[in-house]
Design a protein around this ligand. Structure first.
Ligand SMILES: O=P(O)(O)OP(=O)(O)OP(=O)(O)OC[C@H]1O[C@@H](n2cnc3c(O)ncnc32)[C@H](O)[C@@H]1O
Ligand SMILES: [Mg+2]
Length: 174
């Protein structure tokens, strides 16, 4: 079955390809409908659902996947957060979140001044395009966990929920 991902980010596309090995998979630009830098779990989740729905509705009979990175506040601290959504050919929505990790004060301050994490982390790590490679999660975990590995966990949770629903309710036929 064809899968359309709402992003052209390499780390996101690699994650989906590594989990759905046999399907035809493409990435397209899809509007998240939220800010470029989501600042809460709710906003990040909404962005992933909007992207997944847009992709699913762009072609008949396909699966749409949206993966969205953001930050959220917990106990006066900002944490990196990630959400994913899968919309199946019948329009059912499955959601899952990824690993979370606190952001250093220096990054939190820059985010609170309105800048995007993608840009801040490049400065912090003295690298270019971190968002397409190891990601913020990779930099902050000394590369123990990369951005595409983290998204692989999210995609596994999405795929698993969808496969279970398919077995139990034959969702694609509803
Ligand atoms: O092209 P898209 O799919 O939008 O990919 P993106 O890298 O911009 O990723 P998101 O929109 O999902 O993430 C929102 C913001 O948070 C940043 N971000 C989130 N998680 C990150 C990570 O692990 N590494 C680097 N940047 C991250 C990202 O660069 C954006 O500024
Ligand atoms: Mg983005």
């Amino acid at each position: 079955m064809k899968i359309i991902i709402g992003s052209q980010n390499k780390a996101k596309i690699t994650a989906v390809k590594n989990i759905f090995r046999t399907s035809e998979i493409i990435g397209i630009q899809a509007p998240s409908g939220v800010s470029d830098q989501p600042m809460s779990d709710q906003e990040t989740l909404t962005g992933s659902i909007n992207r997944a729905r847009y992709c699913q509705e762009s072609e008949l009979g396909v699966i749409g996947i949206g993966l969205e990175g953001g930050v959220m506040q917990l106990n006066h601290q900002l944490l990196l957060c990630n959400w994913g959504a899968l919309v199946d050919p019948s329009g059912n929505v499955y959601i899952a979140s990824g690993a979370r990790i606190p952001l250093p004060d220096q990054i939190t301050k820059a985010l609170r001044s309105g800048r995007e994490l993608g840009e801040i982390i490049d400065e912090f790590a003295k690298k270019e395009n971190v968002r397409h490679h190891e990601g913020t999660i990779g930099i902050l975990t000394n590369e123990e966990l990369t951005r595409s590995e983290m998204f692989e966990h999210v995609v596994k949770q999405l795929k698993g929920q969808y496969m279970l629903a398919k077995q139990q309710y034959n969702v694609d036929k509803i």
